[in-house]
Ligand binder design. Structure first.
Ligand SMILES: Cc1cc2nc3c(=O)[nH]c(=O)nc-3n(C[C@H](O)[C@H](O)[C@H](O)COP(=O)(O)OP(=O)(O)OC[C@H]3O[C@@H](n4cnc5c(N)ncnc54)[C@H](O)[C@@H]3O)c2cc1C
Length: 417
């Protein structure tokens, strides 16, 4: 595991981050150059973390690439087998409506990039290695937590030893099923989509030319996202029972089903490796903060992957929380106080709710059988496609480049003028 050896004696930190996945590591990397002392508690060894699953890749928006630039890791992520996204083609499987987006229309060099989750996580974790301010406890499990008036105390088991960590604040970056969120009794709004996303690497016959394709079908959307060397990444949302059947098929039979679902746009599709399925759920915490604790990333909000925005929202959370905490630290405020945490919550809730609502809305709109809705959605896609200003606004909102409010979102590290 990257990072400094964990100390054996009880240690005082400014904050403890539970969950060292991409979002938790981004927060640690953002705060590493500040004087704040940080502990990261990660349950799984590096090889076992969800981000190390070689089949997992993420679409990073232009806004997220700016955050990674601010964290000093963009070049490393881009060099690690990433592929720029130049355009998107979205169409309704049953009807004629199509909408296309291009980087040129949005006034951007690219709409973002596809990058392996393992490379993103490794770059972020490496950014904390040389910092004397960041200690990793990994693999480690937290056993007890007490939140007191002026501090939080966490008992952590790592390498067969128990450590007591104290801090002003604990951050839950422990994913969609956040144990920290449950422990704090923070309720969520959410439901199962009754779908699983089947992922695989696909080798299309025709070049994708940097374009992401998504076809909406009643059972769920099927997306082929551009990877380097002409490959594509499949994210195919299907009813849960069907996902198991798709995983059981041999490669040829699977490719045949996929071809029928996706269509002829990229020519013949071949499967390039193992497949996996992930059950999909909406989960949004009713509040992101409690006394001396705060939530970021999937622990605060997990969304349907149809817009490829879950990680992007999490990176925006980390960028905002880092700036809020760093400013509080400089101003001599208690970083775990409700006043400070409320500033972060106010800044991030509207964006996270908006994206949760529109991804959920898209899912419902396209999953519906009604003939009238089907006519309306193809009309809507066509109208948005022809309406330049609305389309540009949608693109820039999705890319996370509208009104970038904090330094990292503008590509600048914390603590520089
Ligand atoms: C099929 C699919 C495709 C997707 N594609 C995209 C995409 O293209 N773009 C995009 O932006 N998003 C995408 N997402 C969403 C994205 O993967 C998630 O939003 C992102 O991984 C959330 O990161 P996180 O760090 O908050 O949580 P996680 O990735 O879940 O990481 C949580 C970390 O916390 C650790 N942990 C958990 N419990 C504990 C504990 N008790 N103690 C210590 N550590 C703990 C875990 O080991 C893990 O390392 C996709 C999701 C799916 C399912």
């Amino acid at each position: 595991m990257t990072g400094n050896a964990a100390p054996r004696e009880p240690v005082a930190y400014d904050l403890i981050i539970v969950g060292g996945g991409m979002v938790g590591a981004a927060l640690a990397a953002a705060l590493a150059p500040t004087p704040m002392r940080i502990a990261v508690v990660e349950a799984r060894s590096q090889a076992d973390q969800p981000s190390s699953d070689g089949r997992r890749v993420s679409a990073l928006t232009a806004g997220s690439l700016r955050i990674l630039q601010g964290l000093g890791v963009q070049d490393r992520v881009v060099a690690a087998d990433s592929e720029p996204i130049q355009g998107m083609v979205v169409w309704d499987g049953d009807r004629a409506g199509t909408i296309t987006f291009s980087a040129e229309e949005a006034g951007l060099e690219s709409l973002g990039a596809m990058a392996p989750n393992g490379a993103i996580a490794a770059a972020l974790q490496a950014a904390t290695v040389d910092s004397a301010n960041v200690d990793w406890y990994c693999p480690a499990a937290w056993r007890e937590m007490s939140r007191e008036a002026d501090r939080v105390v966490l008992t952590v088991e790592a390498g067969g030893e128990r450590h007591q960590l104290r801090a002003s604040l604990v951050v839950g970056a422990d994913g969609r099923d956040s144990a920290l969120r449950r422990h704090a009794g923070i309720p969520t709004v959410g439901w199962s989509y009754g779908q699983s996303a089947v992922v695989a690497e696909i080798h299309p016959q025709r070049p994708h030319r940097g374009r992401a394709f998504q076809r909406f079908l009643r059972g769920g959307p099927v997306a082929l996202l551009p990877l380097s060397r002409g490959r594509s990444s499949l994210v195919w949302s299907v009813p849960q029972a069907r996902a198991e059947g798709l995983l059981d098929l041999d490669e040829e039979a699977f490719a045949g089903r996929l071809q029928r679902a996706f269509g002829p746009e990229l020519g013949k599709l071949a499967v390039g490796g193992p497949r996996a399925a992930f059950p999909l759920r909406l989960e949004h915490a009713r509040r992101y903060m409690e006394d001396r604790m705060v939530l970021v990333g999937d622990a605060a909000h997990a969304v349907h992957p149809l817009a490829g925005l879950g990680l992007n929202l999490g990176l925006r959370d980390s960028a905002q929380l880092a700036q809020t905490l760093a400013e509080a630290h400089i101003a001599g405020e208690d970083p775990g106080s409700r006043a400070v945490l409320a500033r972060y919550q106010r800044a991030r809730r509207p964006d996270n709710w908006l994206v949760s609502a529109y991804t959920d809305g898209f899912h419902r709109l396209f999953a519906n059988d009604s003939r009238m809705l089907s006519d309306l959605r193809s009309l809507g896609l066509g109208l948005v496609d022809r309406s330049g200003p609305l389309k540009r606004l949608l693109m820039r909102q999705g890319m996370g480049v509208l009104g970038a409010a904090n330094r990292l979102a503008r590509g600048k590290p914390l603590g520089t003028p």
